[in-house]
Design a protein around this ligand. Structure first.
Ligand code: G16
Length: 543
């Protein structure tokens, strides 16, 4: 084994987005591309010599090859130990769990989350810090800056590690410990939830289906739902992780988790359905013939948290990303606890969680989590719901409708316009930004604009400011329209339009959101000239 220093030159555009560096597989496969980014990570990590790193990925195409390269670079850069998920598999929440449990220096996760996989699909890499959470912008900016000046990387010339053999192997001075990807995570879940109660509930004839979408959560769902909770074989759909996710799009929403949605909305469907994404941090919750929006899910979990062992002591506070509906705010008011509004991106919750200011966090983009980790956590949300159902013995629909009657309903929908020409999308946003000062005080139908701004966030813990985080148009009646360009796409631009309207009247709460929000949808188009500028007549994905 010998250490090799390889001369290289910078690649443009190695800038991490909302959640790490995501590019097409073909981009990552270029000689030196992955190596440059990984060396930039090692170069900005101070004091990592001899330390432990956690490494794993969602099993997508190029996962195993990338892991071999990263291990050899970790060895050449003086890392002491790597905890590696068997087969190169670790969900994002499991990485967060392992970093925290073993006091690791940080972790590297190979995933492009919900983006499709395979040779023509996407790949991604993200770095998590010692608290188990995504690297904050100071770190990602430093990594990016380093990619722009890099002129060499270090790698050990050595045979590949056997990724499937549990136990310790060596790469020079680096110890690689291949571990069971599920065990530590399962232990954490058992401490948070009442597994006996959930097992009894499932044994009472309740039928559940979890769709792992051929992504990373298959092994976790089988071990937890079937192994520990006694659910039958049929409870896990698409449970084998595949490099191309079986040709699917591992995004747990009404469009991409169609198989699950058809089951739940079909005749004699199961009582409870859920799905997770590529790397296991997102979740979608369904009842029989009933969809729970992620924003409502956060609010329901918050309102019921004290029924669950891990949260009996109550919540310190709640945080939600800005475009997430204000349903959780209403619960926070009732509980007398603060509710924080952060920019999109799980990394913004890290400081609030570390400072003990919040217990639960959530995003409209199918992400929910708590202070048990520093990532959102798909299966955790599923277990949280199952625990609440096991206590309350009502259907999902009854629980949500009762919640609306108590707090009012924040009717909500997100409209995505995908693969737009980047210039067209940026001009649309720029034009809208310019129009903001003139909007305040304007009336549209029965609504008057109360504020119109480009969201800027000052972190209450470290005082850092993040600007240009999305355009908010808020009305005096509490309704909102929010516009953002996605930070996770890899082709063109994706415009996200978030629509929200408050409905206090129980008699009107059951209306289909697309009908209830029809006026808002029209207004959103009018204000941003979406159809005129993009040529699109309707959104590609509506959730
Ligand atoms: C990532 C981030 C989330 C964010 C989501 C969507 O999730 O971790 O915080 O809400 O992307 O971001 P955007 O609207 O910019 O596309 P994931 O599951 O892709 O890692």
């Amino acid at each position: 084994m010998s250490l090799r220093t390889v001369p290289t030159t910078p690649f443009p555009g190695q800038k991490p987005g909302t959640s790490g560096l995501r590019k097409q597989v073909k981009v990552f496969q270029q000689p030196h591309y992955l190596e440059n980014f990984v060396q930039s990570i090692f170069d900005v990590l101070e004091g990592s010599a001899g330390q432990t790193l956690v490494i794993g990925g969602d099993g997508r195409y190029y996962n195993r090859e990338a892991i071999q390269i990263i291990l050899k670079m970790a060895a050449a850069n003086g890392i002491g130990q790597v905890l590696l998920g068997q087969g190169g598999i670790l969900s994002t929440p499991a990485v967060s769990c392992l970093i925290r449990k073993y006091g690791a220096y940080g972790g590297i996760i190979l995933s492009a989350s919900h983006n499709p996989g395979g040779p023509e699909g996407d790949f991604g890499i993200k770095y998590n810090i010692g608290n188990g959470g995504p690297a904050p912008e100071t770190v990602t900016e430093a990594i990016y800056a380093r990619t722009q000046t890099l002129d060499r990387y270090c790698i050990l010339d050595a045979p590949d590690i056997d990724l499937d053999r549990l136990g310790e192997q060596r790469l020079g001075s680096l110890a690689v410990r291949v571990i069971d990807p599920v065990a530590d995570y399962l232990g954490l879940m058992q401490r948070l939830f009442d597994f006996d109660q959930i097992r009894d509930y499932l044994a009472s004839g309740i039928r559940i289906v979890f769709d792992a979408m051929h992504a990373v959560t298959g092994p976790y769902a089988r071990a937890i739902l079937q192994g520990s909770l006694g659910a039958p074989q049929s409870s896990v759909l698409n449970g084998v992780p595949l490099p191309d996710f079986g040709g699917g799009h591992p995004d747990p929403n009404l469009v991409y988790a169609r198989e699950l949605v058809e089951l739940l909305f079909g005749e004699d469907g199961p009582d409870f359905g859920a799905a997770s994404d590529g790397d296991g941090d997102r979740n979608m919750i369904l009842g029989r013939k009933f969809y729970v929006t992620p924003s409502d899910s956060l609010a329901v979990l918050a309102a019921n948290a004290q029924q669950v062992p891990g949260y009996r002591e109550g919540l310190a506070g709640i945080a939600r990303s800005m475009p997430t509906s204000q349903a959780a705010d209403r619960v926070a008011v009732q509980l007398g606890i603060p509710c924080y509004e952060t920019p999109t991106g799980w990394k913004f919750f890290g400081n609030l969680l570390d400072a003990g200011k919040v217990t639960l966090c959530g995003e409209e983009s199918f992400g929910t989590g708590s202070n048990h980790l520093r990532e959102k956590d798909g299966l955790w949300a599923v277990l949280f719901w199952l625990n609440i159902l096991a206590v309350r013995r009502q259907t999902v629909q009854q629980i949500v409708e009762e919640h609306w009657r108590t707090y009012g309903r924040n009717v909500y929908s997100r409209h995505d316009y995908e693969g737009l020409d980047t210039t067209v999308a940026q001009e649309l946003m720029e034009n809208l930004r310019r129009s903001l000062p003139g909007l305040v005080g304007q009336s549209y139908g029965s609504q008057t604009v109360a504020y119109a701004d480009d969201f800027s966030y000052t972190d209450p813990v470290d005082g850092s400011t993040s600007s240009h985080q999305g355009i908010r148009i808020g009305f005096e009646n509490g309704s909102r329209i929010v516009y953002r360009l996605s930070g996770t796409g890899t082709q063109g631009a994706t415009l996200r339009v978030y629509l929200e309207q408050f409905e206090p009247d129980p008699a009107k709460q059951g209306l289909d959101p697309q009908i209830a929000l029809a006026g808002q949808i029209q207004l959103a188009d009018h204000l941003a000239q979406i159809r005129a500028r993009t040529g699109r007549q309707q959104a590609d994905v509506i959730t």
